[in-house]
Write a protein that binds this ligand. Structure first.
Ligand code: DAT
Ligand code: MG
Length: 139
C-alpha cells in the first residue's frame, strides 16, 4: 500500500442530485487512489451502527433516516496523510462554514444533508473501512 487510508460515502442527497461524477472527479484530482468502491444503500440498522457514536445527539434519528433514505457510494481512498487531507477536501460539516473549493461548499445542502462523509481519524477510518468492505473487495 502506497499511503494511508480513509473512508468516504457520497451521501443520498448528492447521489439524488446527480453529483457522483463531479465529486469523484474532485477526489481523483486531489490525488486519492480508489482502493475500494460500491454503490449500495444502508439499512436503518446499518446507519444506526455506523453512526452509533452520535446516538445521544439530538439529530441522531434524523441522521439515521437520511443516511438510509437512498443509495450511496461508499469508497476507501488512499493517499499520504489521507484522513486529514480528505477532511480538508470535503470542508466543514456545515456547508455555510465550508471553505471555497471544498466538496461541501459546492454540493452540500445543509448541515444534515451535507453530500459526503470523511473519516475523522486513522483509527475510525480502519473501523469504517471494515464496516463496509471485506478484504477481497479492497485493491
Ligand atoms: P462530520 O460528518 O463532518 O464528521 P459529525 O461527525 O460531527 O460531522 O456528524 C456526522 C453527521 O451528522 C454530519 O455529517 C451531519 C450530521 N450532523 C452533525 N451535526 C448536525 C447538526 N447540528 N444537525 C443536523 N445534523 C448534524
Ligand atoms: Mg464525523
Amino acid at each position: 500500500m502506497s499511503g494511508t487510508r480513509t473512508f468516504t460515502m457520497i451521501k443520498p442527497d448528492a447521489v439524488k442530485a446527480g453529483h457522483i461524477g463531479a465529486i469523484l472527479e474532485r477526489i481523483n484530482a486531489a490525488g486519492f487512489r480508489i482502493a475500494a468502491m460500491k454503490y449500495t444503500q444502508l439499512s436503518k440498522r446499518d446507519a444506526e451502527l455506523f453512526y452509533a457514536v452520535h446516538a445521544e445527539r439530538p439529530f441522531y434519528g434524523e441522521l439515521v433516516e437520511f443516511m438510509s433514505s437512498g443509495p450511496i457510494v461508499a469508497a476507501i481512498l488512499e493517499k499520504d496523510n489521507a484522513v486529514e487531507d480528505f477532511r480538508i477536501l470535503i470542508g466543514s460539516t456545515n456547508p455555510a462554514e465550508a471553505a471555497e473549493g471544498t466538496i461541501r461548499k459546492a454540493f452540500a445542502k445543509s448541515i444534515g444533508e451535507n453530500a459526503i462523509h470523511g473519516s475523522d481519524s486513522d483509527e475510525n477510518a480502519a473501523i469504517e473501512c471494515a464496516f463496509h468492505f471485506s478484504g477481497r473487495e479492497i485493491f
